[in-house]
Design a protein around this ligand. Structure first.
Ligand SMILES: Cc1cc2nc3c(=O)[nH]c(=O)nc-3n(C[C@H](O)[C@H](O)[C@H](O)COP(=O)(O)O)c2cc1C
Length: 322
Protein backbone atom coordinates (compact mmCIF):
# COMPACT_ATOMS: atom_id res chain seq x y z
CA UNK A 1 0.00 0.00 0.00
CA UNK A 2 2.77 2.40 0.94
CA UNK A 3 5.76 3.58 -1.04
CA UNK A 4 8.01 3.03 1.96
CA UNK A 5 11.17 5.06 2.01
CA UNK A 6 14.10 2.75 1.30
CA UNK A 7 15.52 3.00 4.79
CA UNK A 8 12.29 3.33 6.79
CA UNK A 9 12.92 2.05 10.29
CA UNK A 10 11.32 -1.37 10.85
CA UNK A 11 9.28 -1.62 14.03
CA UNK A 12 9.98 -5.08 15.43
CA UNK A 13 7.78 -6.32 18.29
CA UNK A 14 9.72 -8.59 20.66
CA UNK A 15 7.63 -11.13 22.60
CA UNK A 16 9.42 -13.03 25.37
CA UNK A 17 7.83 -16.33 26.39
CA UNK A 18 8.98 -16.20 30.02
CA UNK A 19 7.70 -14.10 32.90
CA UNK A 20 10.41 -14.68 35.49
CA UNK A 21 12.71 -11.81 36.42
CA UNK A 22 15.96 -13.66 35.73
CA UNK A 23 14.72 -15.26 32.52
CA UNK A 24 17.48 -16.48 30.22
CA UNK A 25 15.13 -15.91 27.28
CA UNK A 26 14.74 -12.23 28.17
CA UNK A 27 18.51 -11.87 28.49
CA UNK A 28 18.94 -13.39 25.04
CA UNK A 29 16.14 -11.15 23.70
CA UNK A 30 17.98 -8.10 25.08
CA UNK A 31 21.23 -9.32 23.56
CA UNK A 32 19.47 -9.69 20.20
CA UNK A 33 17.92 -6.21 20.45
CA UNK A 34 21.30 -4.72 21.30
CA UNK A 35 22.70 -6.26 18.11
CA UNK A 36 19.82 -5.19 15.82
CA UNK A 37 20.80 -3.10 12.80
CA UNK A 38 20.22 0.66 13.21
CA UNK A 39 17.29 0.42 10.79
CA UNK A 40 15.39 -1.90 13.18
CA UNK A 41 13.66 -0.58 16.29
CA UNK A 42 12.95 -3.36 18.83
CA UNK A 43 9.88 -2.84 20.97
CA UNK A 44 9.40 -5.27 23.88
CA UNK A 45 5.66 -5.90 24.13
CA UNK A 46 4.82 -7.38 27.53
CA UNK A 47 2.48 -10.37 27.86
CA UNK A 48 2.53 -11.12 31.59
CA UNK A 49 -0.54 -9.07 32.53
CA UNK A 50 -2.87 -10.43 29.83
CA UNK A 51 -5.84 -12.24 31.40
CA UNK A 52 -6.32 -15.76 30.02
CA UNK A 53 -8.22 -15.56 26.77
CA UNK A 54 -11.96 -16.00 27.26
CA UNK A 55 -14.27 -15.26 24.37
CA UNK A 56 -17.00 -14.15 26.81
CA UNK A 57 -14.85 -11.12 27.76
CA UNK A 58 -14.16 -10.15 24.15
CA UNK A 59 -17.27 -8.05 23.54
CA UNK A 60 -17.67 -4.28 23.39
CA UNK A 61 -15.22 -3.61 26.20
CA UNK A 62 -12.51 -6.26 26.34
CA UNK A 63 -9.90 -6.09 29.14
CA UNK A 64 -7.79 -2.94 28.77
CA UNK A 65 -4.56 -4.96 28.71
CA UNK A 66 -5.83 -6.91 25.68
CA UNK A 67 -6.60 -3.65 23.85
CA UNK A 68 -3.18 -2.20 24.72
CA UNK A 69 -1.42 -5.38 23.58
CA UNK A 70 -3.35 -5.53 20.30
CA UNK A 71 -2.65 -1.84 19.61
CA UNK A 72 1.08 -2.31 20.25
CA UNK A 73 1.32 -5.22 17.81
CA UNK A 74 -0.68 -3.26 15.22
CA UNK A 75 1.98 -0.56 15.34
CA UNK A 76 4.72 -3.03 14.41
CA UNK A 77 5.93 -4.42 11.10
CA UNK A 78 7.07 -7.84 12.30
CA UNK A 79 7.43 -9.94 15.44
CA UNK A 80 10.46 -11.62 17.02
CA UNK A 81 9.59 -14.43 19.44
CA UNK A 82 12.21 -15.40 22.01
CA UNK A 83 10.97 -18.30 24.07
CA UNK A 84 11.88 -21.11 26.43
CA UNK A 85 10.36 -24.57 26.19
CA UNK A 86 7.82 -25.88 28.68
CA UNK A 87 7.15 -29.60 28.40
CA UNK A 88 8.37 -29.69 24.82
CA UNK A 89 6.03 -26.90 23.75
CA UNK A 90 5.62 -23.14 24.21
CA UNK A 91 4.86 -21.70 27.66
CA UNK A 92 1.20 -20.97 28.33
CA UNK A 93 1.80 -17.22 28.67
CA UNK A 94 3.04 -17.03 25.08
CA UNK A 95 0.22 -19.16 23.72
CA UNK A 96 -2.22 -16.91 25.59
CA UNK A 97 -0.68 -13.82 23.96
CA UNK A 98 -1.07 -15.42 20.54
CA UNK A 99 -4.69 -16.26 21.33
CA UNK A 100 -5.46 -12.72 22.56
CA UNK A 101 -3.87 -11.12 19.49
CA UNK A 102 -5.60 -13.47 17.09
CA UNK A 103 -9.13 -12.50 18.14
CA UNK A 104 -11.86 -11.34 17.56
CA UNK A 105 -12.18 -13.55 14.51
CA UNK A 106 -11.23 -11.67 11.37
CA UNK A 107 -9.39 -8.95 13.33
CA UNK A 108 -6.16 -10.77 14.20
CA UNK A 109 -3.32 -8.33 14.74
CA UNK A 110 -0.83 -11.02 13.73
CA UNK A 111 -2.24 -11.79 10.28
CA UNK A 112 0.44 -11.41 7.63
CA UNK A 113 3.14 -10.15 10.01
CA UNK A 114 6.55 -11.73 9.37
CA UNK A 115 7.99 -13.62 12.34
CA UNK A 116 11.38 -14.70 13.63
CA UNK A 117 11.88 -17.40 16.29
CA UNK A 118 14.68 -17.89 18.78
CA UNK A 119 14.30 -20.69 21.33
CA UNK A 120 16.33 -20.78 24.52
CA UNK A 121 17.10 -23.47 27.09
CA UNK A 122 19.67 -24.40 29.72
CA UNK A 123 19.30 -27.88 28.18
CA UNK A 124 21.37 -29.15 25.31
CA UNK A 125 18.75 -29.33 22.58
CA UNK A 126 17.97 -25.61 22.65
CA UNK A 127 14.19 -25.86 23.13
CA UNK A 128 13.78 -27.38 19.68
CA UNK A 129 10.29 -28.58 20.61
CA UNK A 130 9.00 -25.12 21.52
CA UNK A 131 10.60 -23.59 18.43
CA UNK A 132 8.72 -26.05 16.21
CA UNK A 133 5.45 -25.84 18.17
CA UNK A 134 5.47 -22.06 17.76
CA UNK A 135 6.00 -22.41 14.03
CA UNK A 136 2.92 -24.65 13.88
CA UNK A 137 0.72 -21.80 15.17
CA UNK A 138 1.91 -19.53 12.35
CA UNK A 139 0.04 -21.66 9.83
CA UNK A 140 -3.34 -20.68 11.25
CA UNK A 141 -2.18 -17.17 12.26
CA UNK A 142 -1.11 -16.65 8.63
CA UNK A 143 2.35 -15.39 9.62
CA UNK A 144 5.30 -16.04 7.32
CA UNK A 145 8.29 -17.16 9.38
CA UNK A 146 12.00 -16.91 8.61
CA UNK A 147 13.34 -20.42 7.93
CA UNK A 148 17.09 -19.75 7.97
CA UNK A 149 19.07 -19.22 10.01
CA UNK A 150 17.29 -21.28 12.69
CA UNK A 151 18.15 -20.32 16.25
CA UNK A 152 18.23 -22.89 19.06
CA UNK A 153 20.19 -21.43 21.96
CA UNK A 154 21.14 -24.44 24.13
CA UNK A 155 23.21 -24.57 27.33
CA UNK A 156 22.30 -20.91 27.72
CA UNK A 157 23.56 -20.62 31.30
CA UNK A 158 27.10 -21.14 30.02
CA UNK A 159 26.78 -18.31 27.46
CA UNK A 160 25.89 -15.45 29.79
CA UNK A 161 27.63 -13.73 32.68
CA UNK A 162 25.76 -12.82 35.89
CA UNK A 163 24.73 -9.45 34.40
CA UNK A 164 23.17 -11.19 31.41
CA UNK A 165 25.86 -10.20 28.91
CA UNK A 166 26.81 -12.74 26.25
CA UNK A 167 30.32 -13.93 27.04
CA UNK A 168 30.78 -16.32 24.16
CA UNK A 169 32.09 -14.57 21.02
CA UNK A 170 30.62 -17.13 18.61
CA UNK A 171 27.18 -16.73 20.18
CA UNK A 172 27.45 -12.93 20.03
CA UNK A 173 28.34 -13.13 16.32
CA UNK A 174 25.51 -15.61 15.71
CA UNK A 175 22.97 -13.28 17.37
CA UNK A 176 24.18 -10.31 15.33
CA UNK A 177 24.03 -12.35 12.13
CA UNK A 178 20.52 -13.56 13.03
CA UNK A 179 19.25 -9.97 13.43
CA UNK A 180 20.81 -8.84 10.15
CA UNK A 181 19.31 -11.87 8.39
CA UNK A 182 15.93 -11.23 9.98
CA UNK A 183 15.87 -7.63 8.79
CA UNK A 184 16.73 -8.43 5.19
CA UNK A 185 14.25 -11.32 5.13
CA UNK A 186 11.45 -9.11 6.55
CA UNK A 187 12.13 -6.45 3.93
CA UNK A 188 12.07 -9.13 1.21
CA UNK A 189 8.75 -10.73 2.23
CA UNK A 190 7.09 -7.52 3.33
CA UNK A 191 8.53 -4.83 1.06
CA UNK A 192 5.63 -2.46 1.67
CA UNK A 193 6.20 -2.82 5.39
CA UNK A 194 6.65 0.40 7.21
CA UNK A 195 5.31 1.64 10.44
CA UNK A 196 2.77 3.64 8.43
CA UNK A 197 1.19 0.45 7.07
CA UNK A 198 0.87 -0.81 10.61
CA UNK A 199 -0.48 2.55 11.72
CA UNK A 200 -3.15 2.48 8.99
CA UNK A 201 -4.51 -0.79 10.38
CA UNK A 202 -4.86 1.00 13.68
CA UNK A 203 -6.41 4.05 11.93
CA UNK A 204 -9.25 1.87 10.63
CA UNK A 205 -10.03 0.62 14.13
CA UNK A 206 -9.93 4.21 15.44
CA UNK A 207 -12.43 5.27 12.76
CA UNK A 208 -14.69 2.42 13.90
CA UNK A 209 -14.54 3.65 17.53
CA UNK A 210 -15.35 7.18 16.34
CA UNK A 211 -18.52 6.26 14.43
CA UNK A 212 -19.64 4.48 17.61
CA UNK A 213 -19.42 7.75 19.52
CA UNK A 214 -16.05 7.07 21.19
CA UNK A 215 -13.39 9.70 20.38
CA UNK A 216 -10.81 8.36 22.90
CA UNK A 217 -8.62 6.43 20.46
CA UNK A 218 -8.75 9.27 17.90
CA UNK A 219 -7.71 11.74 20.59
CA UNK A 220 -4.50 9.74 21.05
CA UNK A 221 -3.46 10.26 17.41
CA UNK A 222 -4.54 13.89 16.95
CA UNK A 223 -1.72 16.42 17.06
CA UNK A 224 -1.72 18.71 20.04
CA UNK A 225 1.49 20.41 19.05
CA UNK A 226 1.74 21.80 15.58
CA UNK A 227 -0.39 23.38 12.88
CA UNK A 228 -3.59 21.44 12.22
CA UNK A 229 -6.50 21.77 9.81
CA UNK A 230 -9.88 20.15 9.34
CA UNK A 231 -12.12 20.62 6.33
CA UNK A 232 -15.40 19.09 7.45
CA UNK A 233 -18.11 17.32 5.41
CA UNK A 234 -20.38 20.29 6.24
CA UNK A 235 -18.15 22.52 4.12
CA UNK A 236 -16.61 24.58 6.95
CA UNK A 237 -13.03 24.43 8.09
CA UNK A 238 -10.98 24.98 11.24
CA UNK A 239 -7.35 25.70 11.99
CA UNK A 240 -5.23 25.15 15.08
CA UNK A 241 -4.46 21.99 17.04
CA UNK A 242 -6.73 22.65 20.03
CA UNK A 243 -9.68 23.85 17.92
CA UNK A 244 -9.46 20.81 15.65
CA UNK A 245 -9.04 18.33 18.52
CA UNK A 246 -12.06 19.84 20.30
CA UNK A 247 -14.17 19.63 17.15
CA UNK A 248 -13.38 15.94 16.61
CA UNK A 249 -14.44 15.26 20.18
CA UNK A 250 -17.72 17.19 19.84
CA UNK A 251 -18.56 15.61 16.47
CA UNK A 252 -18.06 12.08 17.84
CA UNK A 253 -20.88 12.77 20.31
CA UNK A 254 -23.38 12.84 17.43
CA UNK A 255 -22.86 9.11 16.80
CA UNK A 256 -24.60 6.33 18.73
CA UNK A 257 -23.29 2.81 19.20
CA UNK A 258 -23.93 0.34 16.41
CA UNK A 259 -21.97 2.08 13.65
CA UNK A 260 -19.35 0.59 11.38
CA UNK A 261 -16.90 1.96 8.85
CA UNK A 262 -14.38 0.85 6.21
CA UNK A 263 -11.53 2.86 4.78
CA UNK A 264 -11.05 2.26 1.05
CA UNK A 265 -7.46 3.47 0.64
CA UNK A 266 -6.80 4.53 -2.96
CA UNK A 267 -3.34 5.92 -2.36
CA UNK A 268 -1.03 6.14 0.63
CA UNK A 269 2.57 7.06 1.11
CA UNK A 270 5.08 7.77 3.85
CA UNK A 271 8.29 9.70 3.52
CA UNK A 272 10.47 10.98 6.32
CA UNK A 273 8.25 12.50 8.98
CA UNK A 274 5.16 12.84 6.79
CA UNK A 275 2.53 10.40 5.56
CA UNK A 276 -0.88 10.58 3.93
CA UNK A 277 -3.72 8.46 2.68
CA UNK A 278 -6.51 9.38 0.35
CA UNK A 279 -9.60 7.40 -0.57
CA UNK A 280 -13.17 6.72 0.50
CA UNK A 281 -14.62 6.22 3.94
CA UNK A 282 -17.79 4.12 3.87
CA UNK A 283 -19.78 4.40 7.06
CA UNK A 284 -23.01 3.02 8.49
CA UNK A 285 -23.89 5.13 11.49
CA UNK A 286 -26.63 5.79 13.97
CA UNK A 287 -27.13 9.52 14.38
CA UNK A 288 -29.57 12.10 15.69
CA UNK A 289 -31.90 12.00 18.65
CA UNK A 290 -33.39 8.62 17.74
CA UNK A 291 -30.19 7.04 16.50
CA UNK A 292 -31.47 6.74 12.94
CA UNK A 293 -29.44 4.51 10.66
CA UNK A 294 -27.55 6.60 8.10
CA UNK A 295 -25.22 5.41 5.37
CA UNK A 296 -22.58 7.75 3.99
CA UNK A 297 -19.50 7.72 1.81
CA UNK A 298 -16.91 10.41 2.33
CA UNK A 299 -14.00 11.35 0.07
CA UNK A 300 -11.12 11.67 2.55
CA UNK A 301 -7.54 12.88 2.64
CA UNK A 302 -5.57 12.68 5.88
CA UNK A 303 -2.03 13.89 6.50
CA UNK A 304 0.09 12.67 9.45
CA UNK A 305 3.34 13.84 10.96
CA UNK A 306 5.67 11.76 13.15
CA UNK A 307 5.65 13.24 16.66
CA UNK A 308 7.33 11.49 19.62
CA UNK A 309 7.76 8.36 17.50
CA UNK A 310 4.07 8.08 16.52
CA UNK A 311 1.99 9.34 13.58
CA UNK A 312 -0.26 12.27 14.53
CA UNK A 313 -3.18 13.54 12.45
CA UNK A 314 -2.45 17.10 11.30
CA UNK A 315 -4.94 17.48 8.45
CA UNK A 316 -8.23 15.90 7.51
CA UNK A 317 -10.42 16.76 4.57
CA UNK A 318 -13.70 14.89 4.19
CA UNK A 319 -16.57 15.66 1.88
CA UNK A 320 -19.66 13.62 1.08
CA UNK A 321 -19.83 11.70 -2.19
CA UNK A 322 -23.37 11.97 -3.55
C1 LIG B 1 6.90 -25.95 33.54
C2 LIG B 1 8.30 -26.11 32.98
C3 LIG B 1 8.51 -27.02 31.98
C4 LIG B 1 9.78 -27.13 31.42
N1 LIG B 1 9.97 -27.97 30.35
C5 LIG B 1 11.14 -27.93 29.68
C6 LIG B 1 11.30 -28.60 28.43
O1 LIG B 1 10.40 -29.24 27.94
N2 LIG B 1 12.48 -28.48 27.79
C7 LIG B 1 13.51 -27.73 28.28
O2 LIG B 1 14.55 -27.64 27.64
N3 LIG B 1 13.40 -27.09 29.48
C8 LIG B 1 12.24 -27.15 30.16
N4 LIG B 1 12.10 -26.46 31.35
C9 LIG B 1 13.24 -25.77 31.91
C10 LIG B 1 13.40 -24.39 31.29
O3 LIG B 1 14.12 -24.51 30.10
C11 LIG B 1 14.14 -23.45 32.24
O4 LIG B 1 13.39 -23.30 33.43
C12 LIG B 1 14.42 -22.11 31.62
O5 LIG B 1 15.29 -21.39 32.43
C13 LIG B 1 13.15 -21.34 31.38
O6 LIG B 1 13.40 -20.21 30.57
P1 LIG B 1 13.64 -18.76 31.16
O7 LIG B 1 15.03 -18.79 31.81
O8 LIG B 1 13.62 -17.86 29.97
O9 LIG B 1 12.58 -18.48 32.16
C14 LIG B 1 10.85 -26.34 31.92
C15 LIG B 1 10.59 -25.44 32.96
C16 LIG B 1 9.34 -25.33 33.48
C17 LIG B 1 9.10 -24.31 34.57
Amino acid sequence: MTDAPEHAVLQLAVLVGSLRAQSFSRKIAKALAARAPDSVRCRFVEIGELPLYNEDLDGDSPPATWATFRAAIRECDAVLFVTPEYNRSIPGCLKNALDVGSRPSGKSVFKGLPAGVVSVSPGKIGAFGSNQALRQTFVFLDMPVMQQPEAYIGSVAELLDDKGAVTNADTAAFLENFMAGLESWIRRVHPGGSSFDAFMKQREKIAEDYVNGDPTSLKAIVTHAGPATFFSPRGDHLEGAEAVAGRYERDAASFHRGGSTDLEVLQASASGDLAFWTGLQHAKTRMGRNGEATEMTLRVTEVFRLEDGGFKLVHRHADPVH
